[in-house]
Design a protein around this ligand. Structure first.
Ligand SMILES: [Zn+2]
Length: 422
């Protein structure tokens, strides 16, 4: 095995995802479609599908069930939830339809609250955890939207947990651990975890006692997760809470060095009041649930921008739009190359045949689009029944039989880890 230069080194200065997008063709924007409304191109759609699959795998492992809810609802729904009073300036204006006023939703929580409220729940069946990768909307002005980092439609990996107060710290700990695990799989370095607390002044709903207890549950959860083991600090963030409750925010640095929240776990005592969300307690009384809003992967737009910048466009194999490009040196090698592509695709991998132009030009093209692996078939390889495989991520170059390449790449894809070269 010979080493070739690797271009996986993220370097000190992450690139801007809008610049990387010129080579990678992840998304497009069109003035006719509108600013802040990116169109996901085929390569971007692959990334987004993989991110959604990761979000669902984690949610399922944590005992969540999948739901699907509409992207718009009656204005009255958001008056009930409190979003209308707080956020109507950031919402798209209502659309009059048949005597109702419909608005594009500013958050997924009210729909999930209605799903919980639709059934009666015993204390024995809590927590109920509802998961959806759902779209929500923000009426950002044209001047402030940018690439995938700031958009008008946000597709969020979103879970709402409805639990008893005595379950709160455990639920927050599970959510925090999963959010940290998601960011580890994505290769994103979380800078610190912020305990976003209530600040002075109005604008935070709920009693003093409720806030103290909720903030204490978050502290307990952070202690249970042992942030030290992740090399992370819990940083105090007074005034950074949501209006309805405190939260734990996973903070990362973006390509321009800005601190931003990539995933979050929030406690909410307000929606349970507003939607009268209760359970039947052991003593027969009706009690109020606590609601936890949790995101692990984050918003599809923001996390795509972050992984592109973090990896300088060279995404890990499981996330790469093209996992294996197969290049026949000459037309004589087309049959062997086609056979390789067919076997890789049959194993569930994203593989393509690249013909036309010199072999050097094609390898450069594959490097530009950051294909994870490039397999070359020439006379020597065809005679020996092997492919010469280049992994530009770790600089490996190895000769492998087709069956071995399929097995190694499929195992790496399934485990969401780098290929374990022999
Ligand atoms: Zn929510």
């Amino acid at each position: 095995m010979a080493a070739i230069p690797s271009d996986a080194d993220p370097g000190d200065q992450p690139a801007d995802h809008r610049e990387l997008n010129r080579d990678l063709r992840i998304f497009d924007t069109d003035p006719l479609a509108g600013a802040g409304l990116p169109l996901w191109l085929p390569a971007g759609t692959v990334i987004r599908d993989e991110l959604e699959r990761l979000a669902r795998d984690i949610a399922r492992a944590d005992g969540c069930v999948e739901v699907r809810t509409p992207v718009l609802g009656k204005r009255a729904l958001y008056e009930r939830s409190g979003h209308w009073a707080k956020f109507s300036d950031d919402m798209f204006p209502p659309m009059p339809v048949g005597g109702d006023e419909l608005v594009l939703r500013p958050a997924n929580c009210p729909h999930h609250a209605l799903i919980f409220a639709a059934d009666r729940h015993s204390w024995r069946e809590l927590p109920v955890r509802l998961h959806e990768v759902g779209a929500m909307f923000r009426a950002e002005r044209s001047g402030v939207v940018s690439g995938l980092a700031r958009v008008r439609q946000i597709n969020l990996d979103d879970t709402h947990v409805f639990c008893r107060p005595d379950q709160l710290a455990d639920e927050v700990a599970v959510a925090l651990r999963s959010a940290l695990e998601a960011q580890r799989i994505l290769g994103l370095s979380v800078d610190h975890v912020r305990l976003s607390r209530r600040g002075p002044g109005p604008g935070f709903l709920g009693s003093e006692a409720w806030w103290q207890q909720a903030e204490e549950s978050l502290r307990q959860a952070a202690a249970a997760v042992d942030l030290d083991a992740f090399g992370l600090e819990l940083v105090d963030g007074p005034g950074e809470a949501a209006f309805y409750g405190p939260k734990l925010d996973l903070q990362v640095r973006d390509g321009r060095g800005h601190d931003e929240t990539i995933a979050t776990v929030q406690v909410d005592g307000n929606q349970p009041e507003r939607f009268d969300l209760t359970y039947d307690a052991a003593d027969g009384s009706r009690r109020r649930v606590v609601m936890v809003h949790r995101g692990t992967v984050g918003s599809m737009e923001r996390v795509t921008a972050a992984v592109l910048e973090r990896h300088r466009g060279r995404l890990p194999l499981w996330l790469a739009p093209v996992q294996v490009s197969v290049l026949p040196v000459a037309a004589d090698h087309d049959v062997a190359a086609r056979r390789a592509v067919d076997a890789l695709v049959a194993a569930g991998l994203r593989a393509r045949l690249v013909v036309g132009g010199s072999i050097g030009t094609r390898i450069r093209q594959c490097r530009t689009t950051r294909d994870a692996l490039v397999a070359v078939v020439g006379d020597a390889e065809a005679a020996a029944g092997v492919l010469q495989v280049n992994d530009f991520g770790d600089g490996a170059r190895v000769e492998l039989a087709l069956a071995d390449l399929v097995a190694l790449a499929a195992a790496a894809h399934a485990a969401r880890r780098p290929v374990d070269w022999p």
